[in-house]
Design a protein around this ligand. Structure first.
Ligand code: 5GP
Length: 180
C-alpha cells in the first residue's frame, strides 16, 4: 500500500485486547511463577510497545525490561534478512527471556530474534505475540503465546503503524487503500 488508506470498524476493540492481555499475563505468570529466575522481557520496537507495557502491568514476577529494534527484508532467498537497528544492553545470561512481538507475519523477525537472544546464554527463550497472521508465514516459528489469530489483512492500531500513523489507536483496524 502506498496511497491514502481508510479504516473500517475495529477488528479488535480496546476491551477485547485488554481482556486478552490480562489472560496472557495470567498464563505467563503461571509458567514462570516457580522458576526461581528473573524474567527478561525484551520488547521489539516500535510496534510491540503498547502491548508490552499493558502486559507488564499484569505480570507479578521478578522482571527486567529492555528493548530492541529490527527490520526485516524479503530478499530473493526464502529466509529473507533481518537487520538489527538497536540491540538490548541488559545482561540476560541465566534468565528466562520473554520476547514480546506485535505481530508474526512471515516469521522471519521472530525466528531471527529468538536465535539472536539464545546466543546470549539465557536459561530459556519464549515468544509472546499480540497478533498471529499465519497466512503470511515463510518460516516455521515457535510461538508460545498468541493473543489473536488474524486474517491476511494489513492492520494498524495498538502499536501497529501505516507510515508511522495510527499507533496510538486503542483498537486494531484493517487498513485498506482508498478506491478513487
Ligand atoms: P515478520 O514478517 O518478520 O513476521 O514481521 C515483521 C514486521 O512486519 C512486524 O513486526 C510488523 O512490524 C510488520 N507487519 C507485518 N504485518 C503487519 C500488519 O498487518 N500491519 C502492520 N502495521 N505491520 C505489519
Amino acid at each position: 500500500m502506498t496511497g491514502p488508506i481508510e479504516l473500517a470498524d475495529p477488528l479488535l476493540t480496546a476491551n477485547q485486547i485488554q481482556s486478552r492481555v490480562r489472560s496472557l499475563a495470567d498464563d505467563i505468570n503461571g509458567t514462570f511463577a516457580n522458576s526461581g529466575r528473573r524474567l527478561s522481557v525484551i520488547v521489539v520496537l516500535k510496534g510491540a510497545c503498547f502491548f508490552a507495557i499493558d502486559l507488564l502491568r499484569h505480570l507479578t514476577l521478578d522482571v527486567q525490561v529492555d528493548f530492541l529494534r529490527a527490520s526485516s527484508y524479503l530478499g530473493a532467498g526464502s529466509t529473507g534478512e533481518v537487520r538489527l537497528l538497536y540491540d538490548i544492553t541488559m545482561a540476560i545470561a541465566g534468565t528466562d527471556v520473554l520476547l514480546v512481538e506485535d505481530i508474526v507475519d512471515t516469521g522471519l523477525t521472530a525466528t531471527w530474534l529468538r536465535r539472536h537472544l539464545a546466543g546470549r546464554s539465557p536459561a530459556s527463550v519464549h515468544l509472546v505475540t499480540l497478533l498471529d497472521k499465519p497466512s503470511g508465514r515463510r518460516v516455521d516459528v515457535n510461538i508460545d503465546w498468541s493473543g489473536f489469530t488474524i486474517p491476511d489483512e494489513f492492520v494498524v492500531g495498538y502499536g501497529l503503524d501505516y507510515d508511522e500513523a495510527f499507533r496510538n489507536l486503542p483498537g486494531v483496524y484493517v487498513a485498506r487503500e482508498v478506491q478513487e
